[in-house]
Design a protein around this ligand. Structure first.
Ligand SMILES: [Zn+2]
Length: 328
């Protein structure tokens, strides 16, 4: 028995800083450096390719294989460096490697990273901070034990848990929404979010709005930071070099998934992979990068105190022993 071909692991993370994963510096409207958005919903996201890149670099650091097995893996001009591509390299087997210098084939890697989506978005209100979500974001968390929500009973309302004297309306500055506390799915949704690892101080302040309102509220509450380009020669601020950039705000909860393929179902140059033997091993290698993500972060402007992301721990099927065990 070699088990299933792959396992999918849900991940939930909390932004400890504003996070800026840029589109490449094109100027759009009032902001110089915009962030990546979903083309349909206009909600910011972090592309899986960006996540895979930093997770590879941090795993290489954790495994003592930085910088060789990190990066794009092309050998230097002298033919040295680049990905090692060895069967016992936990970085190259899990994250894949480029075509070798001996013109051997490349390998796509055992771990695949989805885009990171906004699951819960923090807003200031007259009630204090509230974390908003919408049916669409909950659907992205679907299949991970979160109640399937087709739509809300009313589109232009704010659904939250009852907390004594709830006010009649929620004031988000430019938007007043009637408050509804009688929607019976909210209690189970917040419990399911807690099981995914979302802290109770967030689920206690959960609010749900329609998909359309969510997109509007997120886009009008992104951080827009201002910075000044520094002249590397003088160390002083450049004249007229003020620039602005968007960021996903601190306190945002993101959700993504890592698909871990079963190493037993793959061969590299017709040989068995030895660095990892189960999907849980693959997940374990990826998890070594979590603490780096929390301290070194993801995205641009890292030197300006941006990008740190804490992976919120939920017990998953590897820890409970429901999966990944070899049948003997
Ligand atoms: Zn390697």
């Amino acid at each position: 028995m070699t088990g299933k071909s792959f396992e999918i692991f849900p991940y939930v993370g909390l932004a400890l800083d504003p996070i800026h994963v840029g589109t490449g510096g094109s100027r759009l409207g009032r902001v110089d450096n915009t962030i990546v958005r979903d083309p349909v919903t206009r909600i910011p996201k972090i592309p899986g390719s960006s996540l895979a890149g930093v997770m590879r670099a941090y795993t290489a650091m954790a495994e003592g294989k930085y910088p060789g097995c990190a990066g794009l893996g092309q050998p230097g001009p002298g033919g040295t460096g680049g990905h090692c591509g060895q069967l016992d390299c936990s970085v190259c087997t899990v994250f894949g490697f480029a075509k070798g210098k001996d013109s051997g084939g490349g390998f796509a890697g055992l771990a695949a990273f989805s885009d990171m989506h906004v699951l819960l978005f923090p807003v200031a209100s007259q009630l204090g901070p509230r974390w908003l979500t919408c049916p669409m974001s909950l659907r992205q968390a679907g299949g991970r034990g979160v109640t399937h929500v087709d739509d809300l009973p009313e589109q232009d309302a704010f659904y939250c848990r009852s907390e004594g004297q709830a006010p009649q309306s929620l004031n988000l500055g430019w938007l007043h929404l009637p408050v509804k506390t009688d929607w019976n799915k909210l209690e189970s949704i917040s419990q399911e979010l807690e099981r995914l690892g979302v802290p109770s101080y967030i689920t206690d302040r959960l609010g749900i709005v329609s998909d359309k309102l969510f997109s509007h509220i997120v886009n009008s509450n992104l951080e827009v930071c201002t910075s000044v380009a520094i002249n590397p020669a003088t160390g002083a601020a450049e004249e007229k070099a003020l620039f602005t950039y968007e960021a996903i705000p601190r306190g945002t909860v993101l959700i993504w998934e890592v698909t871990c393929r079963n190493p037993k179902h793959f061969k590299i140059n017709k040989q068995d992979i030895v660095a990892v033997t189960t999907p849980c091993d693959v997940r374990g290698i990826v998890a070594n990068a979590d603490s780096y993500l929390e301290h070194l972060g993801i995205g641009g402007m890292g030197s300006r105190g941006m990008g740190r992301l804490r992976v919120l721990k939920a017990q998953d099927s590897c820890e409970t022993g429901e999966t990944g065990k070899e049948a003997s």
